[in-house]
Write a protein that binds this ligand. Structure first.
Ligand code: 3HC
Length: 311
């Protein structure tokens, strides 16, 4: 029977059909999806912190309203993604516990500080830009609930990316100090944004299987190349310099030639030793503890309404 179920699963994948929650799926496929979707959800939730840092200090009412909307979108993406992961048989409580225990991964990018307003621009342009590049192909992921969630997420990311670009454009048209602040933010976020795509292909243990299952559609390096190709003309319009003296189009190899990424830094951040790892996790833990009374009250309310007194 299992062979038959496996054959049906393989046929669905080969035919570019979607796997749905009630379909049979190999255990390893389920585990990979729980791993990727929960990490993605945690990234959205932790990702609210670097920008949340600027909500009270945004330079105008309009900027503040936009930033609040963006941070709220990220909360929404996190909740969508937790729901998608729940369809695979893990609970939201289990995922939250893994995060606050420091056992779950989330994107390396959110472990860097946001010291200036220009960071809001650089995050929108570079971080959300990288997220779009990575996530548009995920709209075609073979697992239905994940692929469908990605469609709305990507539309919202696209607004986030444009608002970041527009913040940088405004700063670049401002005073010399504002231009310097924008360039400094780009210098600090450029390399970490390239690291978002994950380790190089020859050091990416999950890629081959995830691509065979059509969860991932492109390799980490392919997406990184595509992202740099998107950035180069946009940097020209902004008037900022991408901080890589080696960056050039290699006509013969038909790819962007770039300096070696500092993979030691990447693995240090993954190991919990990035500049802001401890702060991000501590904030998440405190928020969870502070919210205990809300969870208790909601559970008590649900209990009361599940069994009306008249029964
Ligand atoms: N940060 C943290 N961990 C990373 C990472 C990164 N930038 N890149 C890779 N890793 C981890 C992987 O999770 C994996 O760890 P695990 O096996 O313990 O789970 C390990 O490093 C090896 O990497 P692989 O390339 O083998 O892993 P994947 O095949 O899963 O590829 C990925 C990594 C490209 C990040 C893929 O998981 C993916 O596309 N995930 C969905 C997108 C996502 O999570 N994005 C979060 C970024 S930001 C965001 O969405 C918020 C937005 O508002 C900006």
């Amino acid at each position: 029977r299992d062979d038959e179920a496996q054959a049906d699963f393989d046929a669905l994948i080969a035919a570019e059909q979607r796997i749905e929650p009630r379909d049979w799926m190999p255990d390893a496929y389920r585990k990979t999806l729980i791993r990727q979707i929960s990490q993605h959800a945690h990234s959205e939730i932790i990702g609210m912190q670097p920008e949340g840092n600027w909500i009270t200090r945004a330079p105008s009412l309009k900027r503040k309203a936009i930033l609040m909307a963006k941070v709220q979108d990220e909360a929404g993406h996190g909740l969508y993604l937790y729901s998608a992961a729940q369809t695979l048989g893990i609970t939201r409580d289990e995922m939250t516990q893994q995060l606050i225990d420091g056992k779950a991964k989330y994107s390396s990018i959110f472990n860097y500080p946001t010291p200036t307003w220009a960071d809001m621009g650089a995050i929108g342009w570079l971080v959300d830009g990288a997220a779009i590049c990575n996530q548009v192909p995920l709209c075609r992921a073979s697992y239905g609930p994940y692929g469908r969630a990605m469609v709305r997420v990507c539309k919202e990311e696209s607004f986030h990316q444009r608002q970041g670009f527009e913040i940088l454009l405004t700063l670049m048209q401002g005073t010399p100090a504002q231009r310097e602040m924008a360039q400094d933010a780009v210098n600090r976020w450029y390399w970490p944004s390239l690291m978002m795509f994950g380790p190089p292909d020859d050091a990416s243990p999950n890629s081959a299987q995830s691509m065979a299952w059509k969860i991932k559609r492109f390799s980490n390096d392919e997406l990184r190349q595509r992202f740099v190709g998107m950035l180069v003309p946009q940097a020209e319009i902004l008037g900022v310099t991408l901080p890589d003296p080696e960056l050039r189009w290699d006509q013969d190899a038909q790819r962007w030639h770039m300096s070696e990424i500092d993979w030691t830094e990447f693995f240090e951040v993954l190991a919990g030793r990035g500049p802001m790892n401890a702060v991000r996790l501590q904030n998440r833990r405190s928020a969870h503890d502070d919210g205990a009374w809300v969870r208790e009250a909601a559970a008590a309310y649900a209990d009361k309404h599940a069994f009306p007194r008249s029964l």
